[in-house]
Design a protein around this ligand. Structure first.
Ligand code: M6R
Length: 614
């Protein structure tokens, strides 16, 4: 998500900051801006679109010389990607400029309080609210560091904030909670960046900040405190990556980096979903409770990985809301003359928001008077713009062609939609919904645990470089996971890979099984509707025909051990939420195997990230 650069030193700050933003372009963004301090004033330029638009604005109206500045590339979350919503944002009298990455969960309440005190906010962003709060503090006489400490104590959510004060040109102050920020240490100059790529051409000495810390940089040095103002320590490190590795946070592929970002992405997608009364809230829902109560059928349309997220959504929505759900490939949908009317809700799932098949399908649905709700990762893209409502996932830009964090955050959005419908339709009690929300909020920690075991999955993957054909089996919510695991392997390793519902094996696919063939099996949690035991029978059937079984089974499931040639352990989670952990080893497996086979993992042959033709 967003790129952030801060600088104070001896050189012209404009060049350092704009170059830093260019180095962060790989993160993806839809607008860019800069603020610098000159003669006790702040001067800003910001533009929607690419950095070239900002550079043109600066060329048309040159900035004064300055050695203190902040800059930002924005990936829109709150508010459309336009000039007004672009960062930096200013306080009410234009004394403080602020750039921000993340989501301030309680900004509605903070904004309402400011507005009732007469503040006029110009943008739709959560960031501008914080700029006003900071400026109120410095106007009351405290320095920007103290202002930042005080304001951060009032903020909920995940954020990196970087600010400058026009009356204090020799310092830049930043804060972080659950969002990235590193400090670059120079001689007579210091830097801030979302990652080291922002300053790697100037210094390779850096500080890694801890959670809930405020950092003040000046020409003379760096000071770190907690939000409560007590001095704090930060970890010093030397950057020995080249620029391309720095962009990937030290990983070899963007895909691998994105797999490891999933705990954060899932947590971000869950942020801000509770109202002050504890009710589930979806900011961009735009469909009234009555409209939702009138819905008697849901059709989910999507392509590829997003389609598999839709398959999981069907299990969740039907179980929690008792509304019938169909899941349909977007490319097939409008050609079969589907039965649609005002009581059908069409849910379009798309990471990019630009997939032509999905776009044409929603246009058809709306022409038949159905309401369309988009689940999308790209703010301002075409699909949410043409839909009646939207739930944004907050995965941040996904650069690897193979979707990973896009998929996990789509699953989160699907669960949120299901629970929201259950709340509105009254098909589940409030405490049941709260219990699932709590389980969802525990998922980032479970995903971390799966990732901690990546090395053993990699070793397994590398032992399959000579494999030509792989099967994936699953049942219930594990069936779409099997399909997704197979898709990842096709896309990246160019292998024949197929996913099946385990119960369907005996109706034909079992004929494919040959001696030594790897079969990856997603084993459901124990103890529900015989699902687990039926899956174990399926595993026994393929093993009896010579398959080598790699079982993904929850911790403590000993009954699977006699039938697993290899075992990957998953945390114990409810069956409906298991896809959030079960797909992660399959992503790691495909990424590592493709890498070991010498393929370009980020740009697989014949594929495009966004498929804008039908
Ligand atoms: O951007 P979308 O979610 O609409 O894209 C849909 C598919 O093209 C996409 O999921 C594709 O299957 C990915 N390459 C899967 O990794």
């Amino acid at each position: 998500m967003c790129g952030i650069v801060g600088y104070v030193g001896q050189r012209p700050a404009q060049g350092v900051v704009v170059e830093g933003l260019r180095r962060l372009e790989y993160r993806g963004y839809d607008s860019a801006g800069i603020a610098l301090v000159a003669d006790g004033e702040l001067v800003t330029r910001k533009r929607a679109g690419k950095l070239a638009n900002l550079e043109k604005a600066i060329a048309d109206d040159p900035l004064p010389e300055s050695t203190t500045a902040v800059g930002h590339t924005r990936w829109a979350t709150h508010g459309a990607p336009n000039d007004v919503n672009a960062h930096p944002h200013l306080g009410h009298a234009g004394r403080v400029a602020l750039v921000h990455n993340g989501i301030i969960e309680n900004f509605h309440a903070l904004r309402a309080a400011l507005e009732s005190d007469g503040h006029q906010l110009l943008s739709e962003t959560d960031t501008e609210t914080v700029a006003h709060l900071l400026e109120l503090q410095v106007a009351s006489g405290v320095d920007l560091t103290t202002a930042m400490q005080r304001v951060c104590q009032r903020l909920d959510g995940a954020f990196t904030l970087v600010a400058v004060d026009a009356h204090d040109p020799d310092r830049v102050v930043a804060a972080r909670r659950n969002s990235p920020l590193v400090v670059g240490l120079g001689e007579g100059e210091n830097f801030l960046g979302s990652d080291v790529a922002a300053f790697i051409e100037h210094t390779r000495e850096a500080l890694e900040l801890g959670q809930d810390q405020v950092v003040t940089i000046s020409r003379e040095g760096v000071e770190v405190t907690g939000f409560d103002g007590t001095p704090a320590a930060a970890k010093r490190f030397h950057v020995d990556w080249d620029l391309s590795a720095a962009e990937k946070d030290g990983h070899d592929w963007f895909m691998r980096k994105e797999i490891f970002e999933q705990p954060r992405a899932v947590a971000d997608s869950l942020l801000g979903r509770h109202s002050r009364t504890g009710q589930l809230q979806l900011d961009e829902m735009r469909l009234s409770d009555q409209e939702l109560r009138d819905i008697d059928k849901i059709i989910i349309i999507a392509c590829g990985t997003s389609f598999y997220a839709g398959m999981v959504a069907k299990y969740a929505i039907e179980h929690w809301c008792r509304v019938p759900v169909e899941v349909e490939l977007a490319s097939e949908f409008r050609y079969r003359d589907p039965i649609l009317d005002y009581s059908t809700l069409v849910v379009a799932i798309s990471q990019s928001g630009e997939t032509a098949d999905t776009l044409q399908a929603i246009r058809h649905a709306r022409s038949q008077r159905s309401k369309v709700l988009a689940i999308c990762n790209t703010n301002g893209s075409t699909i949410p713009r043409e839909s009646d409502a939207v739930i944004y996932t907050h995965a941040g830009p996904e650069i690897g062609v193979a979707s990973t964090k896009g998929f996990l955050t789509q699953l989160v959005a699907c669960y949120l939609l299901a629970l929201y419908l259950a709340q509105v339709k009254g098909t589940r009690f409030g405490d049941e919904i709260a219990e699932v929300m709590e389980q969802l909020e525990g998922m980032p920690a479970h995903i971390e645990r799966v990732l901690a075991d990546a090395e053993s999955v990699y070793a397994l993957a590398r032992s399959h470089v000579d494999t030509r054909s792989v099967l994936f089996l699953g049942r219930h919510a594990g069936y779409p996971v099997a399909l997704e695991g197979a898709l990842k392997l096709k896309e990246l390793a160019y292998l024949h890979a197929e996913g099946f519902a385990a119960g369907e094996l005996k109706h034909g696919p079992i004929a494919l099984v040959e001696d030594g063939m790897p079969v990856l099996c997603v084993v459901p949690p124990e103890g529900r509707d015989q699902l687990h035991d039926k899956m174990v029978s399926g595993i026994q059937e393929v093993r009896a025909r010579g398959a080598r079984t790699i079982c993904l089974a929850e911790e403590g499931d000993t009954s699977i051990e006699p039938y697993a040639d290899d075992l990957v352990r998953l945390p114990r989670v409810p069956v409906l939420l298991q896809p959030l952990v079960a797909v992660v080893p399959l992503q790691l497996f495909a990424c590592e195997l493709a890498s070991a086979m010498g393929h370009d993992v980020d740009q697989p042959r014949n594929l495009a990230k966004s498929v804008t033709v039908e």
